[in-house]
Ligand binder design. Sequence first.
Ligand SMILES: O=C(O)CCC(=O)C(=O)O
Length: 345
Amino acid sequence: MANVDPIFIQPVEHRPKPNYPIEAQNIPVIDLSAHDYSPSAGLIAKIGDACRDWGFFQVINHGVPSKCRRNVESAAKKFFELPKEEKNKVVRDKENPFGYYDSEHTKNVRDWKEVFDFAVENPVITPTLHDDDRLELKQLFNKWPHSLPELREACEEHVAEMEKLAFKLLGLIALSLGLPEDRFNGFFKDQTSRVRLNYYPPCPSPHLTLGVGRHKDTGVLTILAQDNVAGLEVKRKTDGEWVLVKPTPDALIINVGDIIQVWSNDKYESVEHRVVVNSEKERLSIPYFLYPSHYTWVEPMEELINELNVAKFKGYNWGRFRATRNYGNLGKLNVENIQISHFRI
Ligand SMILES: O=C(O)CCC(=O)C(=O)O
């Protein structure tokens, strides 16, 4: 029996498995303490293998202080505990996608979650798509709740740490592709990166719903901090099974996004993932989405293309791509969201 509004109910084939989920024991765990001024060949190879075989890995000894993580988790919990009227003072709207939102749809089914989004650059230049397909560039500001100043402080401190780690990882990924360590850095001058606070309340019918429906990340890479409640499931490349990523204390979860898939010309695939909820515990997760500047033209790296490895994607404009995706996420639309597969040659 469903105890939830039908708008949250997943089609049968996408519901979580009723039996106990498989745990992804073998998602690679990579120790970054070995990363100093000159990363070792061993570390670069581990990163490359993890990107190729899983599209997901965990990092430990990553340099992000645990205090910073505890602060952002505690401030986020306080925010989601605020009365609805208070959260609605910073609600997302059609003009500005940052702030609080509780009605997001993934693949046209509503997710069992509340979110709070903010941009890494404040203000940030972001293209917005209009009903007539016109793209408008807007300067957008984050919306911070006045009643909880510690949220902004904790989030800004968190972002500074995430950014250092993101560029460290980006360098390792470039090296693993045989490219110079700083090959990708030029795409982030006016980055559109953002952070999301995800709050998944307990759900009375967790077998029918998902916290976030299956999706791939559109950006370059994602760094996810999750609390100690499991929920993230990754589609294993070898057999297409959904496997649960068991929380590892202090580890951060990294996944390759669509842009790395295109830059690497399919060598590193962006992998589908989703979030299952449970009837007892709330869960919090904090993804940092590394996105380039809106004017970035995304295409396979020319150094990787030759007669034996021809380009598998046409180029596309990141700003238009992302604006189209945001437009689709705002409500229940009877159209498929834009995907990189639409640019496959
Ligand atoms: O909560 C998680 O573990 C993952 C969240 C996620 O995939 C998303 O917000 O896009």
